[in-house]
Design a protein around this ligand. Structure first.
Ligand code: F6R
Length: 262
C-alpha cells in the first residue's frame, strides 16, 4: 500500500516533496515530472522555486501536465496551459518546449489523447507524478467510474468537480464540462507517485483511496496498485484514516537506508 506521511502544514509538505525532486534531479537532470494543477501542488512548486532562486538548476527537467480543460482557449487564464506556465515553467526556469500539456482545443481532440500518450512514451516515461485528489476521489480528471486501464482521453467532469473548481472562474457555468486527462493506466505507469491532500474536505476521499476497497468508484484507490506511491497529507486530510497511528509509527521508524519518497 501507499506510504502515508502526515505533515504539520502545506509548507512542510511542499518542502518534503521539493527535496525529493531535488534528489531525483541530482541523479537525473532531465527527469520527467508529471504535473498536477489546482491548489494542492502549489506548495511544492513554491518550495522548488525557492530552491531555484538559491541556485538549483532545473533547466533540463521535462514535464507532462496531468490534464487540461476542453473548450476554453489555450490563452485563457484558467487553462492549464496558462497555469502550468505561470506556476511551474516560469518560476522553475524550465524549458517551455520540454513541458507538455494535453491539447484541449476542439480541432483534433479525437486524437489528442493518443498523441499525448505517444509523447510520454517518447520521453521515456514519467519519473515522478505529482497528484492532487478531488473530493469525489478523482485523480487527474478521472472521475468515478474511470477504468484502471484508461489512457489519456476526454472525460466529462462531474457536477461536484465543476462546483469545486468554480472558485477559479466567475461562476460554475463557466467551468468547462469536458477535460482531457491522463488515464489511471497512464498514471500507474509513472515510476513514482506522490499524492498530496490538505484540509478536512479531502479527508473522506483520502481514506477511501488509501484504505478503501480498490474500486473504479474511487479512482484514486488505483494508487494501491502502485509499488512506489507516497501520500503526503496534513492532519485534517488524514483525520479519517483508520491506521493513522501505524503510519506515524512507520514514518518515525523509517530505516535510514529507505529515503523519503524516492
Ligand atoms: C489537477 C488535477 C485534479 C486536482 C484535484 C484537486 O491537475 O488533476 O485531480 O488535483 O481536482 O484540486 P485542488 O488541488 O484544487 O483541490
Amino acid at each position: 500500500m501507499a506510504e502515508v506521511i502526515v505533515v504539520g502544514s502545506r509548507k512542510a509538505a511542499g518542502a518534503l516533496v521539493a527535496e525529493a525532486i531535488e534528489r531525483l534531479v541530482a541523479v537525473q537532470p532531465d527527469a520527467v515530472l508529471g504535473l498536477a494543477t489546482g491548489d494542492t501542488p502549489v506548495p511544492v512548486y513554491r518550495a522548488l522555486a525557492e530552491r531555484v532562486r538559491a541556485g538549483l538548476d532545473l533547466s533540463a527537467v521535462r514535464g507532462f501536465a496531468l490534464d487540461e480543460y476542453v473548450g476554453i482557449p489555450v490563452g485563457h487564464p484558467q487553462s492549464y496551459h496558462s497555469v502550468i506556465d505561470a506556476e511551474v515553467v516560469v518560476p522553475l526556469g524550465l524549458n517551455p518546449a520540454a513541458v507538455h500539456v494535453p491539447d484541449g482545443r476542439s480541432l483534433g481532440i479525437e486524437t489528442a489523447g493518443e498523441r499525448y500518450e505517444a509523447a510520454i512514451l517518447a520521453s521515456g516515461g514519467i519519473d515522478l507524478q505529482i497528484l492532487g485528489i478531488g473530493t469525489d476521489g478523482h485523480i487527474g480528471f478521472n472521475e468515478p467510474g474511470s477504468s484502471f486501464a484508461s489512457l489519456t482521453r476526454v472525460k466529462t467532469l462531474t457536477r461536484q468537480t465543476r462546483e469545486d473548481n468554480a472558485r477559479f472562474f466567475d461562476s460554475v457555468d463557466e467551468v468547462p464540462v469536458h477535460s482531457i486527462t491522463q488515464g489511471l493506466g497512464t498514471i500507474l505507469r509513472a515510476r513514482r507517485l506522490v499524492l498530496l491532500a490538505f484540509g478536512a474536505a479531502k479527508a473522506h476521499a483520502v481514506a477511501a483511496a488509501v484504505e478503501g476497497p480498490l474500486t473504479a468508484s474511487v479512482p484514486a484507490s488505483a494508487i494501491q496498485l502502485h509499488p512506489r506511491a507516497t501520500v503526503v497529507v496534513d492532519e485534517e486530510a488524514a483525520s479519517m484514516l483508520g491506521e493513522l497511528e501505524y503510519y506515524r509509527d512507520a514514518f518515525e521508524n523509517k530505516p535510514t537506508w529507505d529515503p523519503v519518497i524516492l
